[in-house]
Design a protein around this ligand. Structure first.
Ligand code: HEC
Ligand code: HEC
Length: 277
């Protein structure tokens, strides 16, 4: 029998003194306040074009990746490099971070030798302390709903107004990256992101939202909310054609084409959600 691996990241109070400690704390800042840090430094904003959207890594990886239930990043330095079907190749931790930069953060990749990228890796390595290389981590990939029911977008809108606008605003633009991040619109993730899939959005919302009443939504309610959120406009990912080069492309990714189908009433949810006869 394998020993159970504990989700028990070290405290930031115990970061070592000196250059390594400074690098870890810089990595924490970049993870927890990504858009503030990357937009606040003039040199990183070109032609008035922001380098990232208004989110932070914490917007989805709560507690800067240390919350066990919200796509925790504890242990990532022990599981990467690994094969990712979406990329069709072995991906390093640096490349995986860049994957969230260009999709979830709708931003630009860090260059391979960027000091900020090294700082994020140092931080993620620090919170992965004592996790053995290659370990199976029970908290990974839990924010997924296996059989998403056919949603009702109008019910999703009603529920959104009741339970979500206090933090995420009526227009989905949010109230702040770590208090209620943007769920759609120009400052949110693009439609190449993991959360743009019905299964991941419904699973994430059911497990983590609304904050304070996590786990209270039924499968149907979480699906209705996911469909409502993902039928709104968001930035378009330009790399769809290159994803899943070896097959296995999911049918539940809510691209512009599918959003238009929701809005003109022609969407076939059964085929989007992969329901069998
Ligand atoms: C809009 C939501 C969102 C944002 C913002 C976001 N991510 Fe992610 N990230 C995800 C999702 C969803 C996954 C896949 C997790 C899963 O399948 O359970 C993921 C996965 C990852 C993984 C791989 C985890 C694993 O266990 O394999 C890393 C590393 C990562 N993100 C880093 C980052 C970093 C660093 C940032 C900030 C620069 C960031 N992410 C911002 C949603 C987001
Ligand atoms: C009390 C405030 C609050 C309420 C109410 C709330 N959220 Fe959130 N939401 C947050 C915070 C804060 C985060 C950032 C992650 C975290 O801290 O868990 C977040 C993150 C998210 C994310 C991932 C980030 C992104 O930009 O996509 C989604 C999706 C989401 N919430 C959906 C919902 C839905 C749907 C509801 C209503 C059922 C809801 N939330 C209600 C505060 C709230």
């Amino acid at each position: 029998m394998k020993a159970t691996i504990e989700h028990n990241p070290p405290s930031l109070d115990d970061v070592p003194e000196g250059p390594l400690g400074e690098q870890i704390l810089r990595g924490y800042e970049l993870t927890n306040a990504t858009s503030e840090v990357l937009r606040g430094e003039a040199a990183t904003v070109e032609d008035g074009q922001a380098r990232v959207n208004a989110l932070s890594c914490t917007s989805c990886h709560a507690g800067a990746g240390m919350d066990e239930h919200s796509s925790s990043m504890v242990g990532v330095s022990a599981v990467y490099p690994m094969y990712i079907p979406r990329s069709g190749e072995i991906v390093t931790l640096e490349e995986r971070i860049n994957g969230c930069m260009v999709r979830s953060m709708n931003g630009e990749k860090f260059a391979e030798d960027d000091e900020d990228l090294d700082a994020m890796v140092a931080y993620l390595t620090y919170i992965s302390k004592d996790i053995p290389v290659g370990a199976e981590l029970p908290w990974r990939h839990k924010n997924n709903m296996d059989n998403v029911p056919v949603p009702n977008v109008d019910d999703g809108e009603e529920l959104y107004k009741q339970s979500c606008i206090a933090c995420h605003a009526a227009d989905g633009a949010g109230t702040g990256s770590n208090s209620g991040p943007a769920l759609w619109g120009e400052e949110s993730f693009n439609d190449g992101a993991g959360l743009a899939r019905m299964s991941k959005m419904a699973g994430y919302v059911q497990n983590n939202m609304p904050i304070g009443q996590e786990g209270s939504l039924s499968d149907q309610e979480a699906a209705d909310l996911a469909a409502y959120i993902l039928s709104q406009d968001r930035p378009e990912w330009q790399g769809h054609a290159n994803d899943w080069p070896n097959g296995g492309r999911p049918t539940d990714l809510m691209t512009k084409e599918k959003r238009d189908q929701v809005n003109d009433g022609s969407i076939d949810w059964e085929s989007v959600l992969g329901h069998k006869e």
